[in-house]
Design a protein around this ligand. Structure first.
Ligand code: AMP
Ligand code: GLY
Length: 428
């Protein structure tokens, strides 16, 4: 098959790397890709949001399967467009992707189908006084969420009423997230361990990948600001086989059935962000795509042919399988190397050293996220720069973590920072 991956981050590098290993893959392209992806795929300079150009490319190059990485083109309807033109594409339609692009839709959906999640109230721009009054009387901490896509920044966990009122003002009056803040979800604050579970679905059947844990805060021990994710590991031992079965029964199966009932069957990767509370697993959020950086730890463990699986999901051909599709006993740890200052302001263009030395290490991959080629150098071009990933088929999580950090020590660029505790949660 000729395959096109859309996107340019670490998630897309992991997807392209895994796809490149399948015997089903003939030619592999990525739009727009990055210098790391260029080692496994032909990179095409078309932006992930340029749907018409992407369609033209897929038609010209006789692409048999397109795999969409980021949420934006999914929310803009890339799958609807490609399907209309008779192309095969892995990802949900715009209507099915609403589980991610509208938190109001997702909360109402979960309420309709009895899917466990935090209690909430929803307010629109005409109900600001009511929203303020509600915050005055609700317990803290409390969580505010902008309805729409906000590049991962639309969630505020507020520990005081003042913070909550100020977050409400930022979202609604100051319009910090533009139209994404036109409606606001005010949510009960849950506590418990978090994990991400990915289900690949053809609308009806699904398979589950190794459960992972992301590390969203910028500093060790979950301190500091939220980021896009500073690292991930899989499998997460807090998601035992029994707990996973419970998650499937109470969340994944009713979600897929609910989407069928709403006439928007969910094809693609359903990302379920979970919190394990005292009263059982609850949904923190749905995403309509693979997670980043979880994918860098989850996909290397996938036990099967990823191309056959993605194609089957895109063409309603998945047959149900129980249990996790991951190599037993294997683990993977991805440590994100970030630019100095990230998640706030940072500089780019810093030369990255040590990448060649990494290539000689067994069990280690450097997934590129924010990198760019400048002559014969690779330089930084984003906040999250590299995902240094150790993949060990045996030996346990502790030794996988050690392998990952030994590799991290080989790479450097000016200002680099990273967390030192990726995966440590899994050792408790
Ligand atoms: P999200 O962008 O929706 O993944 O939210 C970012 C982070 O905010 C999550 O990973 C959680 O740690 C936290 N969060 C979101 N909703 C809640 C909630 N209702 N209770 C507690 N923490 C939450
Ligand atoms: N790692 C969080 C996300 O992909 O949304």
């Amino acid at each position: 098959m000729n395959i096109l991956v859309i996107g340019s981050g670490g998630r897309e590098h992991a997807l392209a790397w895994k796809i490149s290993q399948s015997p089903l893959t003939a030619r592999l392209f990525c739009a727009p890709g990055n210098p790391g992806i260029a080692t496994v795929a032909g990179c095409v300079p078309i932006n992930a949001s340029d749907l018409d150009q992407l369609l033209g490319f897929a038609q010209r190059e006789k692409i048999d399967l397109t795999v969409v990485g980021p949420e934006q083109p999914l929310a803009e309807g890339i799958v609807d467009l490609f399907v209309r033109e008779g192309l095969t594409v892995f990802g949900p339609t715009r209507a099915a992707a609403e589980l991610e692009w509208s938190k109001v839709y997702a909360k109402n959906f979960m309420a309709r189908y009895g899917i466990p999640t935090a209690g909430c109230r929803i307010f629109d721009g005409t109900q600001l006084d009511a929203a303020r009054a509600y915050l005055e009387s609700s317990p803290v901490p409390v969580v505010l969420k902008a309805d729409g896509l906000a590049a991962g920044k639309g969630v505020s966990v507020c520990s005081t009423r003042e913070d909550a009122l100020s977050a409400l003002r930022q979202m609604t009056v100051e319009k910090a997230f533009g139209s994404a803040g036109a409606r606001v979800v005010i949510e009960e604050c849950m506590s418990g361990e978090e994990a991400s579970v990915f289900a690949i679905s053809d609308g009806q059947h699904y398979i589950v990948l190794a459960p992972a844990q992301d590390h969203k805060r910028v500093f060790d021990d979950d301190r500091g600001k939220n980021t896009g994710g500073m690292g991930a590991y899989a499998p997460a031992p807090c998601v035992t086989p029994e707990i996973l079965q419970d998650v499937e029964a109470r969340i994944i199966i009713p979600t897929l059935a609910g989407m069928i009932a709403e006439a928007r069957p969910y094809k693609g990767c359903l990302y379920v962000g979970l919190m394990f509370t005292d009263t059982g697993p609850k949904v923190v959020e749905y995403n309509c795509r693979f997670g980043d950086p979880e994918t860098q730890a989850v996909l290397p463990l996938f036990n099967g042919d990823i191309v056959a699986t993605l194609y089957a999901a895109a063409t309603s051909g998945l047959s149900g399988r129980s249990g996790v599709s991951a190599v037993p006993g294997a683990s993977a740890v991805c440590v994100v190397l970030a630019s100095g200052g990230y998640p706030d302001k940072y500089e780019t263009g810093k030369e990255i050293r040590g990448l060649q030395e990494l290539e000689t290490l067994p069990d280690v991959l450097a997934f590129h996220a924010g990198t760019r080629r400048e002559g014969d150098k690779i330089v930084t071009s984003g906040g999250r720069v590299l995902g240094i990933t150790a993949i060990c088929m045996s030996g346990g999580l502790r030794s996988t973590i050690a392998t990952a950090y030994k590799a991290v020590d080989k790479v450097s660029f000016e200002g680099v920072h990273f967390r030192h505790d990726i995966g440590r949660k899994g050792l408790r």
